[in-house]
Design a protein around this ligand. Structure first.
Ligand SMILES: [Zn+2]
Length: 601
């Protein structure tokens, strides 16, 4: 396994060193180029492609052995995390990312206009990163059908302009946003360490640039003054079509949070995100849905492609997970700084989700009578002492719904999404108080959540007869090899919480059969068997194996015991349909999930 990781990192390094960021260049003899020379205010290339300086920047950075070592260490940390978007809990308290925006070389600047433009750009980031952008419906109602199984991603983040305890000497007063004008140069400012910095200036030669994985050490991203924010702009800081919706910064901050370009390094070089299809190269302009390469449909509407601003509108769930994981593993210096430099919200670290999730409802006035709104008339039906059904009334023109719930007092919400107006919640604790909230996805984005409501599950009846009615019986059978002391097992639920463990056992018992029976609520489970020596339980020192069976002994899933450090079996139980099915998940994501389980338990 170690060798595999080293190889992965080595390959990744090579990718960084050999890829270039788009093939287009600023052709001096193009008609646009000639036109640009006569127009002072226009500084961007209007040819069919956007361009970005990330790969060139990384090539330079990675040539420094110290940088390379630190960068690879960050990737190693990330690889140990759970990168499966299905394991994420819901976003109740977004991680605050304090920003500072630095306009550079602006002639006759209009300060208040630039501050508004900076805030406008931050608002765009918040919509794009949380999937509440007004054009997300292009994905949900159309493009998504080209990518079965892929969900758009909502990163649990909130970008804010720092507004207190500013460094001195930059013309910033307490309570005003961290927007500096003509006070900085270049793409680094030490006084703003622990901020996400954005440097805006004209004639960059590309639309934007960022390191692949920022450091929060005063570094940041560069954006051309003709591709910053949306609207009519401020003098020579004016967004120009087709890069006038503020998405150059969405793309560059994607890089800062470790997202590679969607095409990676071509068909054979992945972008290290599981749910984005392989893609041969970049797209520009507004490509047609269904365009394909590498034998799969291309996701050119992804923010990490080179499409026009109007034709990119989503991150995938895998990308959102990667960004969140990078933030927590490598950018806590920035996120921890939020409470020092941002006082504009009373939502820092609080448990109140009301403030955080209602960002899309800016215009409460003039609402039409019938509008897409949060769900109404929520209702809870007790199914049994570990299961309830929550239902609500359909919202007008709702695209889908999201329900979050948790045991009262718990930190993390569990999230369930779908188009149905009801949701059955299983695996609950008997005799406990739970709270839940629901929201609606409208074409304009998510509504706020409904107010918290509470339900109580029924006390456990200790009679085993009753238990049997509420759970699904499965049997686990493990046959040891000669070295039982190397063998242990662990059953976890879909949140990677431990349900049962066993072993290690005594040596010299090859062929001994261990059997266990579990009665489990509906849900998906994974049984891991570990071999501490890394040589499995078959076949050099005995013919060990393990399997999961139904109560009457039919095999649901089986491992032949021929593995290294561990093998696993997945099973999903649904008492209503009586189904017990084998669900073999992607081994790559499983391997990462496994490390997370071992690290957290
Ligand atoms: Zn880029």
């Amino acid at each position: 396994m170690k060798n595999q990781i080293s190889f992965f990192l080595f390959a990744f390094t090579l990718i960084l060193l050999v890829t270039s960021c788009g093939e287009d260049s600023l052709e001096p003899d193009s008609s646009f180029g000639a036109e640009l020379q006569t127009n002072e205010e226009s500084s961007i290339d209007h040819s069919s492609h956007r361009n970005c300086g990330m790969a060139d920047k990384m090539e330079k950075l990675m040539s420094n052995p110290d940088y390379q070592r630190i960068h690879l260490e960050k990737l190693r940390k990330l690889a140990l995390m759970d990168n499966d978007p299905k394991h994420r809990s819901t976003c109740a308290n977004p991680v605050l990312i304090p920003m500072a925006i630095h306009f550079q070389g602006i002639s006759s600047p209009n300060a208040s206009c630039l501050v508004s433009l900076a805030q406008n750009q931050v608002d765009i980031l918040n919509k794009d990163f949380t999937g509440s952008n007004s054009d997300i419906n292009k994905w949900s109602s159309n493009a998504a059908s080209y990518f079965p199984g892929v969900a758009n991603g909502e990163a649990c983040v909130k970008f804010v302009l720092a507004d207190k305890n500013h460094p001195s000497g930059y013309g910033l007063s307490e309570g005003s946003p961290a927007v500096t004008i003509n006070k900085t140069n270049g793409d680094r400012i030490n006084a703003f360490t622990k901020y996400l910095n954005v440097f805006v200036r004209s004639n960059l030669g590309f639309l934007g640039e960022s390191p692949l994985g920022g450091a929060g050490n005063g570094d940041g991203v560069l954006v051309d003054a003709a591709a910053f924010g949306a609207g009519s702009g401020c003098g020579n800081v004016s967004p120009e079509a087709p890069y006038n919706l503020g998405r150059t910064l969405t793309h560059e901050i994607g890089h800062y949070l470790l997202l590679d370009h969607i095409w990676g390094g071509g068909c054979n070089q992945d972008d290290d995100v599981n749910d984005t299809p392989n893609q041969n190269s970049d797209y520009g302009g507004c490509p047609s849905l269904g365009a394909s390469s590498c034998g799969s449909t291309d996701m050119h509407m992804n923010y990490m492609d080179y499409s026009n601003d109007a034709c990119m509108y989503m991150f995938s769930a895998g990308q959102a997970t990667r960004m969140e994981n990078y933030l927590s593993s490598s950018l806590s210096n920035i996120t921890n700084n939020a409470s020092n430099v941002y006082g504009g919200g009373d939502d820092n670290g609080s448990d109140n989700t009301d403030d955080n999730d209602d960002d899309t409802t800016d215009n409460d006035d003039n609402e039409p009578i019938e509008t897409c709104d949060k769900p109404s008339s929520t209702n809870v039906t007790i199914v049994n002492n570990r299961k309830v059904k929550v239902s609500w009334e359909a919202s007008f023109e709702a695209i889908r719904y999201q329900l979050i719930y948790r045991k009262v007092g718990a930190n993390r919400w569990t999230r369930r999404s779908g188009t149905s107006t009801s949701r059955t919640l299983g695996s609950l604790t008997a005799g406990a108080d739970y709270e839940y909230r629901v929201r609606t996805r409208c074409s304009s984005g998510w509504t706020g959540y409904t107010a918290k409501q509470i339900f109580n599950t029924v006390e456990d009846d200790t009679s085993s007869d009753n238990d049997d009615a509420n759970c699904n019986t499965i049997k686990f059978e493990l046959v040891l090899d000669q070295y039982g002391s190397e063998t242990s097992w662990e059953l976890v639920d879909e949140n990677n919480s431990r349900i049962a463990t066993g072993g290690p056992y005594k040596d010299g018992q090859a062929g001994r059969k261990i059997t266990k029976e579990f009665c489990l609520p509906d849900g998906c489970y994974t049984m891991y068997v570990d071999d501490a020596y890394g040589d499995g339980i078959c076949c050099d020192y005995g013919d060990g194996y393990f399997k999961l069976m139904t109560s009457n002994g039919s095999v649901i899933a089986e491992s032949d015991g021929y593995f290294g450090n561990y093998d696993y079996l997945d099973v999903c139980l649904d008492g209503n349909s009586g189904s017990l099915r084998n669900r073999k998940t992607d081994p790559k994501s499983k391997k990462l999930a496994r490390k997370k389980v071992l690290a957290s338990n």
